[in-house]
Design a protein around this ligand. Structure first.
Ligand code: GLU
Length: 294
């Protein structure tokens, strides 16, 4: 049997909080229970929000908490060639297109269409689907716009991707070992269309989360993805990319989120649950484990 490989994959765009501690400790516990290894991946493709100082704090917090990972962490900002290669494959299949509207422009266009009476779907994060008028641009038009220096992100052409994936005839599934927001467990049927034409790269050409995540899970040989339930729906997008790029499919376990006293998801901007603050106030790693119920 192949060895189980887990990963903890935080983004150093703020201080780690109790929710991260829970996810890291749970990954470590589950890996140890079945004799697997734990890898650390630093998801820092957002070069504006992720800073070396925040990464240093993150590593310090994880060491303090007692998280032990195998080998060197994989830092996404050092592996853009891997994401470019995957993007190139999607482009060669005719499934990716340059999208020239900024988020604000896309939002305004959708508002205008809604005002005209068109109903417009939103993704699970509440963001309206990208209008995608560029899908029908000719190759010349795309080349002309790019050559003129117009900024663009790369997006997946969802409709084409769904047909290229063979989803019309066969459903994409994953094995859920935790549970989804509506109690989904066991074999879950993926529904990638809920994301519309999601981003593959940002306007700075750096890989977007879904693409970098599935490429890295495959390169790192991840067999068990254990992460917060807020990423449950993202797994539908991940299954589609895995199918298109012929990548292996790990098991998934979406775990409870640690909520604040008002029942809200913790945020990196709140100091009271940050590991740094709790440590400064005298908490021990054992206190943290107790606070998150482990
Ligand atoms: N980097 C993501 C986060 O910090 C986690 C991604 C994942 O576990 O797939 O929320």
């Amino acid at each position: 049997m192949t060895q189980a490989v887990f990963r903890f994959a935080p983004s150093p765009n703020g201080r780690l909080h109790l929710g991260h501690a829970y996810s890291a400790l749970l990954n470590q516990q589950l890996a140890r229970e079945i004799g697997g290894t734990l890898l650390l991946r630093i998801e820092d493709t957002d070069r504006v929000r992720c800073t070396p100082v925040l990464e240093a704090h993150m590593l310090e917090d994880l060491h303090w908490l007692g998280i032990e990972w195998d080998g060197e962490p994989r830092r996404q900002s050092e592996h853009s060639a891997d994401y470019d290669e995957a993007l190139g494959r999607l482009e060669a299949m005719g499934l990716a297109y340059p999208a020239f509207l900024s988020r604000g422009e896309a939002k305004r266009l959708v508002e205008q269409k809604s005002a005209e009476g068109h109903s417009w779907p939103c993704d699970p994060d509440g963001v309206p689907h990208y209008p995608g008028e560029e899908r029908s641009f000719s190759a010349e038009e795309r080349t002309r716009r790019i050559a003129s220096g117009d900024p663009f992100a790369m997006r997946l052409d969802m409709e084409r991707a769904l047909s290229a994936s063979g989803m019309a005839s066969r459903q994409l599934c994953w094995q859920e070992e935790g549970s989804g927001p509506d109690g989904e467990q066991g074999e879950v049927i993926a529904d990638p269309a809920v994301w519309g034409d999601f981003m593959l790269t940002g306007r700075d050409r750096s890989a977007a989360y879904h693409l970098a995540c599935v490429v890295d899970d495959a390169i790192q040989g991840i067999t068990h993805v254990v992460r917060g339930r807020d990423l449950f729906h993202a797994t539908s997008a991940h299954r589609l990319l895995q199918q298109l790029l012929e990548l292996p499919v790990p098991l998934y376990c979406h775990h409870d989120l640690i909520l604040d006293s008002d029942g809200r998801k913790l945020s990196k901007s709140r100091a009271d649950t940050s590991l740094g603050e709790l440590r400064a106030a005298g908490a021990t790693p054992q206190d943290i484990a107790r606070m998150v119920g482990l």
